[in-house]
Design a protein around this ligand. Structure first.
Ligand SMILES: [Zn+2]
Length: 134
């Protein structure tokens, strides 16, 4: 079995400003981040597609204890992409203290990325999704 879209390709796509996912040829749903099979129906008949790179905030939390490579506090959010799948990342461009006071649920965001280089337990770099309010 082969991955149609590897994590490496997914990361490379993000670095070029493209959000890649898998579109299922059986049920039409999208799978992001990449997996071997469709996350909706389990089909392996998928193709690589570029997503719009936007979505809306479904839930978020402000974390004061954060993983290595990140600066606290961090706004961690789950965003529903326009294509359907939910992805996790960090809301940027807004003060966490402000985010704590207002309701950001259902606010639309543009999805970007950030390369994390200061990750002591990982070989090399990591990448995380970022969300900017639009
Ligand atoms: Zn499917």
């Amino acid at each position: 079995m082969e991955y149609k879209l590897t994590y490496k390709d997914y990361y490379e796509g993000l670095k070029q400003g493209k959000m890649l996912g898998l579109k299922c040829k059986d049920c039409g749903e999208y799978t992001v981040p990449p997996r071997m099979v469709c996350q909706e129906c389990g089909s392996m008949d998928t193709e690589v597609k570029e997503l719009s790179g936007s979505g809306k905030i479904k839930t978020y939390t402000i974390e004061y204890v954060v993983p290595d490579g990140f600066k606290p506090p961090l706004i961690v959010a789950l965003v529903e992409t326009d294509e359907g799948p939910w992805v996790m990342g960090n809301i940027e461009g807004i003060d966490p203290e402000e985010a704590a006071k207002q309701d950001l649920i259902d606010r639309r965001v543009k999805i970007g990325h950030k390369v994390i280089t200061d990750v002591p337990f990982s070989a090399g770099e990591g990448i995380t999704l970022t969300f900017t309010l639009v």
